[in-house]
Design a protein around this ligand. Structure first.
Ligand code: NAP
Length: 329
């Protein structure tokens, strides 16, 4: 059956400006790291993508290595893009990245121009696209000169293979340097993608200030701490959870008694606010307007529907924030 998106899709979402750029992103974006590989069920992830677009999510985030196997999330996304979303390409912001191990030998990893340019060519083929909207360097490379890596992003944008450049996992000082190199090259950095959630707060130690000063957007990844910041682990580790799956990145050992105790106390505050814990965890990030969008994952349409309701309340009283801080300490 032909997919027809909801005509109301743009009424449901909040769009926030990405730094000092012309781009607005949905306050909630969808990432395809898990749940979209060849090990997953196509009809399930197709339904997730439909619900996302129907709900006003215009931004889909990928990387060369998402799967498993690596590359399969881009292939699967490309197939659904072609079958269901072809007419809507200009309504979408699609991103990809390179920076982690992708192929054997010295040119399939880190941050050389050789790796970034050839990896993006492979990603475009897998997705059947002429260009991506954002191309990221996925992680800092301690050995390649930053000028070379940023020069590769500038080249890729000038070639029209990406519209905007981004960086991910760069600590504050390196981000500042990368942003200034890109600015000098005439390809401003659009966005930074850090790991940031109630349980992972390194971005607050300088990075957010750098991004604000430089007019660069911020899109926190794993804002639900891979599912820990939801109600799913309150009573143990469910069989169908990321922590239980052999292909998941969340380890059972990360679901500690101490974490569960924090999750329970956070869950109580969420319920008092009339939210689920997932909704409160996302709202807690979005209360800071330096955060452009939260980049969530979902293994089922119902999870996405739940998370999206965070937009109903992103305000916190001083008392609520103090209680949350006391739990996170
Ligand atoms: N730049 C980088 O280095 C980097 C690294 C990692 C991720 N990312 C990006 O960030 C995206 C999101 O990462 P993530 O998947 O770790 O994000 P997340 O939103 O923290 O975790 C998503 C997982 O939490 C569970 N979940 C989500 N919503 C739920 C709900 N409402 N109730 C109960 N459980 C819920 C699901 O896991 P179950 O399987 O347990 O159901 C889901 O797959 C990735 O897809 C990728 O695009 C980037």
């Amino acid at each position: 059956m032909t997919y027809l998106p909801s005509p109301d899709r743009y009424k449901k979402m909040i769009y926030r400006r990405c730094g000092r750029s012309g781009i607005k992103l949905p306050a909630v974006s969808l990432g395809l790291w898990h749940n979209f590989g060849d090990v997953d069920v196509m009809e399930n992830f197709r339904a997730i993508l439909h619900l996302a677009f129907d709900s006003g999510i215009t931004h889909f985030d990928l990387a060369n290595n998402y799967g498993p196997p690596p590359g399969s999330a881009e292939e699967n996304f490309g197939r659904i893009l072609h079958e269901d979303f072809r007419k809507y390409r200009d309504e979408l912001i699609i991103s990809s990245k390179a920076g982690y191990t992708m192929w054997d030998g010295p040119y399939g990893d880190w941050g050389s121009k050789k790796y970034l340019v050839s990896s993006l060519d492979q990603s475009l083929k897998r997705m059947g696209l002429e260009y991506v909207d954002i191309f990221y360097h996925h992680r800092p490379d301690p050995e390649t000169p930053l000028e070379e890596t940023m020069g590769a992003l500038d080249l890729i944008v000038r070639q029209g293979k990406a519209l905007y450049a981004g960086i991910s996992n760069y600590p504050a000082a390196e981000a500042d340097k990368a942003i200034s190199i890109l600015k000098k090259l005439g390809t401003p950095c659009l966005i930074h993608q850090p790991k940031y959630s109630m349980f992972e707060r390194w971005a607050e130690g300088g990075l957010l200030d750098v991004l604000e000063k430089d007019g660069v957007g911020c899109i926190p990844f794993s804002p639900l701490a891979q599912g820990l910041l939801t109600d799913k682990y309150l009573h143990g580790i469910p069989e169908d959870s990321r922590a239980a799956k052999s292909t998941g990145f969340l380890q059972k050992s990360q679901v500690t008694d101490e974490r569960i105790s924090q999750i329970k106390r956070l869950n109580d505050i969420a319920l008092q606010r009339g939210q689920t814990l997932a909704q409160m965890a996302l709202a807690w990030l979005l209360k800071d307007d330096r955060v452009t969008s939260v980049l969530i994952g979902a293994s089922k349409p119902a999870q996405l529907a739940d998370s999206l309701k965070c937009l109903d309340n992103i305000n916190f009283s001083g008392e609520e924030l103090a209680k949350i801080e006391a739990i996170l300490k």
